[in-house]
Design a protein around this ligand. Structure first.
Ligand SMILES: Nc1ncnc2c1ncn2[C@@H]1O[C@H](COP(=O)(O)OP(=O)(O)OP(=O)(O)O)[C@@H](O)[C@H]1O
Ligand SMILES: [Mg+2]
Length: 316
């Protein structure tokens, strides 16, 4: 493993941060410097898309693993209300769900269960129509619970359902960091733009990040991002932040079937190299955001400025 110190206990993981033994992901250890001071509050990132099936949950599970391996305390929240499946991708069978937060007054910390390399999951409910149609006032309780996580996490990744139904917009309009996942399909791009348009109009402080999943190449990823970014600049007067692309790779499907994030069981796969690239880009954004929340006078002195160009394997 190569790892570059970012400061405050965080590391940028290089080429092969994870074990090469697919059968022993549990042997991974956190690389956080235990002496580092805890962060005052978590950065919350909402992972969403216009069209379904673009890879939100694959991305959420693998980003959670990457950020945890980089030294952050990570909680993933499955907010795909009624059709939750993030637990499958993390190899978990949660006994408790976010419904206990919404209806029972539990905290996210109460219900979160431990998964690979310390990632914690607040699971959602699956096949439950009553969850799919919750009133926004109830969903706001879950948003408030995410806000109240405090120092128990550095990062909370919220995996939502696709589209602009109210169960998703309750999160999109309340969370500042929005990560839109699109594929190169015209319909996915179009629906992705529709989501961004709604976010920009209803959540003025939001920053919108884009990941192009299932790209055939880095060039295609950039082209797709460029098209969406140009339309947003022209019609919404808003710039987007590109976190990168993930190659279309059949090994993603086999890792989903094995219920292990691909970063853990196939770290050498082309998609894994891309996911690490996206993870590093997100880590830098999170690092900046966390630096801004520091109350000890170091606010603004981000480690991103000292970040060296990545020397890990290229994501083709
Ligand atoms: N980079 C990729 N290469 C190949 N296949 C992929 C890739 N990303 C995702 N997939 C496939 O797409 C499927 C759907 O991915 P995922 O469940 O993450 O989508 P989603 O956006 O969360 O879907 P939903 O909208 O239903 O929540 C995966 O099970 C996997 O088979
Ligand atoms: Mg999903």
């Amino acid at each position: 493993m190569t790892r570059r110190r970012l400061g405050r206990g965080l590391y940028d993981l290089g080429a092969s941060p994870f074990t090469s033994s697919p059968s022993k992901p549990q042997e991974l250890s956190l690389v956080k410097d235990e002496a580092a001071a805890p962060f005052p509050r978590p950065v919350v990132v909402c992972v969403t898309s216009g069209k379904g099936g673009t890879g939100k949950s694959v991305l959420t599970s693998n980003l959670a693993v990457h950020l945890a391996a980089s030294g952050l305390k990570v909680i993933a929240v499955d907010a795909d209300m009624g059709l939750a499946n993030l637990h499958l991708l993390l190899g978990l069978q949660p006994r408790r769900t976010v419904m206990e937060v919404i209806e029972g007054g539990a905290t996210i910390d109460d219900i979160a269960e431990s998964g690979p390399i310390g990632v914690r999951l607040a699971g959602g409910g699956s096949g439950r129509p009553e969850m799919a149609d919750l009133h926004p006032s109830r969903l706001r309780r879950l948003v408030a619970a995410v806000d109240a996580v405090g120092e128990r996490a550095d990062v909370v990744l919220v995996d939502t359902g696709a589209g602009i139904g109210r169960s998703t917009t309750s999160f999109l309009y309340a969370i500042e960091e929005i990560l839109v996942v699109t594929s190169p399909d015209l319909t996915a791009m179009t629906d992705g733009y529709a989501v961004i348009k709604n976010v920009v109009r209803n959540n003025r402080s939001a920053r919108v990040f884009v990941v192009v999943n299932r790209a055939q190449s880095a060039v295609e990823g950039l082209e797709v991002f460029g098209r969406i970014d140009r339309v947003c600049q022209r019609f919404l007067e808003r710039r987007l932040f590109y976190l990168g692309h993930v190659l279309n790779d059949p090994r993603v499907t086999t890792s989903v079937a094995a219920r292990v994030p691909i970063l853990l069981n196939q770290p050498a796969a082309p998609a894994s190299a891309c996911l690490r690239g996206v993870g590093r880009a997100l880590l830098l954004e999170i690092d900046q955001r966390l630096a801004g929340t520091m109350a000890d006078g170091r606010a603004g002195a981000t480690h991103a400025a000292r970040f060296e160009p990545d020397r890990g394997p290229e994501c083709a």
